[in-house]
Design a binder for this molecule. Structure first.
Ligand code: PLP
Length: 411
């Protein structure tokens, strides 16, 4: 091929499926930060949704041992028997339910499992209730699979959590799923047992509605106990609730790409069929590492949660002291969602008026060198999200830089 032919435009036209969705705003933000850093700019990056801790040593050792032992081949579609056993143990501890093999699937991260769950269950026009603010990926995952995301607003008064009455009002003829994410990204909201009990009451009246219970941050909770799960308060609903978790967040294993789900055997079979025709199975080496994470010593989780708590307190108190910002104190996960209504309408030193949270995120990036993600990405404005999955020095420096940049705004 000559250089000239290599440069010719091809005839590729994205499918309607792809045209309906956007690249994940968190991935785009990360790419922008990488680009600025490559240009030599010092950026305090608060966009990253991954622990800055190293994967525990015993987990890495298990992966190395798997390579040495030749565990480098395809595994069963639904994971190795050892991993399924480790997941069963983790779920027993977490939600108090004994799941059978037929109720478990393992995929390339919680993200892939959620995507396949929608792909396995949605027909065109089926609706998925997504309480806002929401994790950026849910609406586009639904759209990519021909479903219709129905955004259900929450409120500050209710701690950014869906109430039973709001759920009752939102359920319609086409409602197929409710997405519940606790602890939530971006708000850090954790549903209490009474709140989940009330939601379960509504669900019992609507047997056609299933729940995708995204518990990826379950272990990262500041309430004194891991976040309760809908299935533990309503075990009768176990086949209508798909419990999703993984090793990314609790064990600092984002790059290993292991997630899992437990639920209705018919749904699990459908997810496995899709997996068998896409990736076949997740990496055998990562699966061996996940066994060590889930069934080995759990001290790492408690130790890192204590560190996250310290960072959360520093971030929340620092941001609360800035005129115009109101951070929402998170009960779990590693994000602070910050109400920046007070900055709207202020004028930058360049004379630009901050009209929305996108303008504010851009201003903080340009003026303070701090990267945050605008609330519009999470369906709730004007807010921005910071991640405290980074070291305390970066958090403190970033809060100081934000404070200095806010002082420069003219009211
Ligand atoms: N769910 C939520 C709410 C998340 O924030 C994330 C990652 O950011 C995921 C699921 C997916 O995590 P993973 O695919 O790494 O398991």
């Amino acid at each position: 091929m000559t250089a000239a032919t290599a440069a010719l435009p091809g005839s590729f036209r994205p499918s309607a499926r792809v045209r309906r969705i956007q690249p994940s705003p968190s991935s785009s933000a990360a790419a922008r930060v990488r680009q600025l850093k490559a240009q030599g700019r010092a950026i305090l990056d608060l966009t990253i949704g991954e622990p800055n801790f190293d994967t525990p040593q015993h987990v890495k050792d298990a992966a190395v041992a798997a390579i040495a032992a030749g565990d480098t081949k395809y595994t069963p579609v639904n994971g190795t028997p050892e991993l399924r056993e480790a997941i069963r143990g983790a779920l027993r501890r977490a939600v108090g339910i004994e799941y059978a093999d037929s109720e478990l699937t393992v995929g390339g991260g919680g993200k892939q499992v959620i995507f396949l769950a929608f792909m396995a269950s949605l027909d065109a026009g089926d609706e998925v209730l997504v309480p806002a603010p929401y994790w950026v990926s849910y609406p586009d995952m639904v759209r990519a699979n021909e479903g219709v995301p129905v955004i259900v607003p929450t409120s500050a008064e209710e701690g950014y959590k869906l109430t039973a009455s709001a759920l009752e009002a939102a359920i319609g003829r086409r409602t197929t799923w409710l997405v519940l994410n606790s602890p939530g990204n971006p708000s850090g909201a954790v549903y209490t047992r009474p709140e989940l009990t009330a939601i379960a009451e509504v669900l019992r009246r609507h047997p056609a509605v299933s729940v995708l219970s995204d518990e990826i941050y379950r272990e990262i909770s500041f309430t004194g106990e891991a976040a309760p799960s809908l299935v533990s308060v309503a075990p009768d609903l176990r086949h209508r609730v798909l419990v999703v978790n993984g090793v990314s967040k609790a064990y600092a294993m984002t790059g290993w790409r292991i997630g899992y789900a437990a639920g209705d055997p018919a749904l699990i079979t459908a997810i496995n069929t899709l997996q068998s025709q896409t990736s076949s199975c997740p990496s055998s080496i990562s699966q061996a590492a996940a066994v060590a994470a889930l069934s080995g010593p759990q001290d790492f989780v408690a130790e890192t949660v204590a560190v996250y708590r310290q960072r959360r307190d520093a971030a929340v108190s620092g941001l609360a002291a800035i005129d115009g910002l109101q951070p929402v104190e998170p009960d779990g996960a590693f994000y602070v969602y910050v109400d920046c209504t007070g900055l709207i309408g202020r004028r930058t030193p360049d004379g630009d008026v901050l009209e929305n949270d996108q303008d504010i995120a851009l201003y903080l990036l340009e003026r303070a060198g701090v990267a945050v993600i605008q609330g519009s990405a999470y369906g709730w404005s004007p807010f921005f999200r910071i991640s405290f999955a980074t070291d305390l020095d970066t958090i403190v420096a970033a809060v100081d830089a934000i404070a200095a940049a806010v002082v420069e705004l003219a009211i």
